[in-house]
Write a protein that binds this ligand. Sequence first.
Ligand SMILES: Cc1cc2nc3c(=O)[nH]c(=O)nc-3n(C[C@H](O)[C@H](O)[C@H](O)COP(=O)(O)O)c2cc1C
Length: 178
Amino acid sequence: MSRILVIYRSKYGVTKEYATYLGEHVGAEVKSYKDVTKKDIMDAQVVVFGGSIYVSRVAILKTVKRYQKSLVSKKVYLFTVGITETAELAISRIKTVYPYLDDYHFKDIFFYPGSMDITHMNWIHRNMLTMVQKMLSKKTDMTEDEKKFYDAITYPNNNKDMSLMNPLIEQLESTIYA
Ligand SMILES: Cc1cc2nc3c(=O)[nH]c(=O)nc-3n(C[C@H](O)[C@H](O)[C@H](O)COP(=O)(O)O)c2cc1C
């Protein structure tokens, strides 16, 4: 039976919730990127990285890079969390921002919708988003993407949907019992 490790990086807890749900459903160990050790990685056969998207950046990829050599013989997956409207768009954007992504040989990459509530954010994010909101509100020709971001800043939203994890859970289950 394969040992699965889920490593997450989450600022406001949404990615952590997805990681915890996944761990419960496939019997995996779940750890924050801050607590994970090289031994944890060496002991696992399957490693799932989960990280949220901030300004088109996926900071968990720093952890993937750090352990890249130890991951060579493992089955490695990535899931990301954000407010981009579709998984296709989110994943294609991540691939543009990180052109070396293929070097990590992820077996699959997933995207799950997150949530945003400006009132629960730290002051840096609150100020940053308030500035973006003001800037966008002056635009008469917002793109679909900008409109979506503006709405997400303006109206607290929660688009978490654990059922979207089913395809990843199925892939992991087939690995466990292979
Ligand atoms: C300052 C800021 C920038 C963000 N930038 C993006 C982005 O570029 N793309 C995206 O899809 N989501 C973006 N988001 C939304 C977050 O990814 C979303 O709130 C997610 O649920 C956060 O997950 P976490 O609580 O696990 O960190 C941004 C959120 C904040 C606060």
